[in-house]
Design a protein around this ligand. Sequence first.
Ligand code: HEC
Ligand code: HEC
Ligand code: HEC
Ligand code: HEC
Ligand code: HEC
Ligand code: HEC
Length: 436
Amino acid sequence: MISCILKAKTKFLIAFLFAVTVSFGAWAQASDQADIATKGVEPGAVATASDAGAAGDPAVISAGQSLFKNNCAACHSAGGDVVVGPGLQGMSQRHSESWLIKWIRNSQALIQSGDAQAVAVYEQYNKQAMPSFAFSDDEIKSIITYIESGVDAAPAGGTDAAVADGTQPVGDQAIGAIGGYLDIILVVLIVVLIVLVVTLLLISSILKNYLNKNKKLDEYDDEIVNQRFDLSKVYKSSAVRTIVALIFVVVLIDLGLDKMMGIGIQQGYQPRQPIAFSHALHAGEHEINCNYCHTTVYESKSASIPSANICMNCHSQIKTESQEIQKIYRALERNKPIEWVRIHNLPDLAYFNHAQHTQVAGVECQTCHGPIQEMEVVYQYSPLTMGWCIDCHRETPLNTKGNGYYDNLVKLHEASSKGAFTVASNGGTECSKCHY
Ligand code: HEC
Ligand code: HEC
Ligand code: HEC
Ligand code: HEC
Ligand code: HEC
Ligand code: HEC
């Protein structure tokens, strides 16, 4: 009989809570829509563009455009497409202007400083280092203005007219806004859920107290009302034991496979060198060009390691008393090379050519070797696996500008395919390209 009462009360309770949830949800949605409406009217994006002082100034836009084309277009589109890095459309809504200036000047420094946004972007794009650009504030602002103008972003609406009335950016804003509201709705739902659980627990304990005090319960009802959660039953149950054992085995296999896949990968290898030569000091602080020491890196297959003579160009004068520099003199006196320990080393079955990547493709050293100019002691930054080579060949568009060799190939590609003309589409994933 009492269980009947209980059931009736529960039904009422569920109906009540359902009503509360629905009205709460409706309220949240209504206020969201109200917000979207106000945001849509207020032309936020246009305001930032004119803050930069030149929303419609064609001179600034074209200056930004040429900077972008020459420096950024190899890795970024002005629209929303991912090339190597993300599409830059809407970047000033994602980041503040001062952040963008810091990022473009030296993204690695910003990442190293622990800036949360920078770290997040870096992780999202597989930790590929973006090169640094020594641009002035105005130059960077002109790039931002150009991107915001949407001149090259949209195929149809991206004309100068769109720049003047700002249709393009407002549209972006609305899309961004809806994305933001999804988060808010999610949070509201979680709060509602927590409130629900707490209310249910409260009500059940009130009911229990009431029943225990005021009703005479028969044995069966008493057992239901005062039932206890018995932990020993859970861990004695064979189903639970099987699941735990299964999870354990799966984790073990996963760890084992990971370890086995890692065999032969030397990522992170950082041997001690015979002389405490620092790239951070030479290539970083004193900004000596990589090419000054690794003289063949733009012309030949291998990047040369500098001979002691190159060191002597400077160290016949600089720091002559230093213990470490004395080691260079000793090597020269004995007419023996300094025995640097080799770090990067592909197996003989693979063919890799520096000139093809640095000179022809224009890939920065840092893309493959990491932030060398910050390393006291060089370490292997990339895994140097076949998958690593192939992944990049699949994603990277060919640097065809001003390279007559590619003219006909580009035409052929455009006729047959809509996708980007990547290394892979030019045969860069064929076995014989990399294997002798
Ligand atoms: C060699 C390729 C490369 C070049 C050249 C390059 N970038 Fe990047 N950029 C990246 C990568 C990769 C990322 C993703 C973050 C990371 O992995 O470091 C990125 C990220 C960014 C971001 C952050 C985007 C976001 O939505 O959060 C901005 C802004 C940016 N780049 C601007 C520029 C500008 C401006 C230029 C030209 C002056 C430029 N980049 C040149 C590769 C490049
Ligand atoms: C002043 C001369 C000098 C300059 C400038 C210099 N390097 Fe080096 N680099 C060396 C020497 C010497 C070694 C060998 C010792 C070592 O590994 O530190 C080396 C080693 C390396 C290695 C590892 C080679 C291996 O064994 O696999 C890489 C990669 C590298 N340099 C890249 C760069 C890049 C990228 C730059 C420019 C940002 C640069 N270097 C600038 C002298 C220089
Ligand atoms: C273009 C000039 C230049 C070249 C080439 C050069 N260095 Fe240096 N090196 C410097 C300067 C500048 C310093 C910093 C001196 C100081 O801190 O006062 C330095 C410092 C050093 C130091 C630290 C010395 C100490 O005791 O603090 C070492 C070691 C060193 N260099 C090794 C080398 C080696 C090895 C090479 C050849 C692979 C080389 N350098 C080539 C300019 C050069
Ligand atoms: C596309 C990726 C990539 C780029 C870009 C790149 N390297 Fe390398 N680098 C490699 C690989 C792979 C090796 C190992 C080559 C081998 O073992 O045959 C290597 C090896 C080296 C070595 C050791 C000597 C050698 O040739 O084996 C030096 C030094 C070096 N790189 C310097 C540079 C410098 C300086 C730049 C920029 C001008 C640069 N690299 C750009 C991938 C790259
Ligand atoms: C950062 C991106 C990147 C990585 C990593 C990379 N490559 Fe490349 N590779 C390129 C680009 C871009 C080209 C196209 C150069 C051109 O225009 O010919 C290229 C071209 C080549 C070519 C000539 C292809 C042809 O069609 O003639 C070979 C061979 C090659 N890469 C081998 C390798 C090997 C081996 C590795 C790994 C050890 C590697 N690459 C890693 C970007 C990369
Ligand atoms: C972009 C360059 C590239 C292409 C294309 C490529 N490989 Fe590789 N491959 C490599 C590199 C680099 C290694 C060495 C990786 C390592 O040491 O981990 C390798 C290693 C291998 C190995 C392992 C050898 C060993 O001793 O472990 C095999 C097998 C292989 N490749 C087969 C192929 C086949 C088959 C194809 C064509 C379907 C192919 N590769 C295409 C770059 C390439």
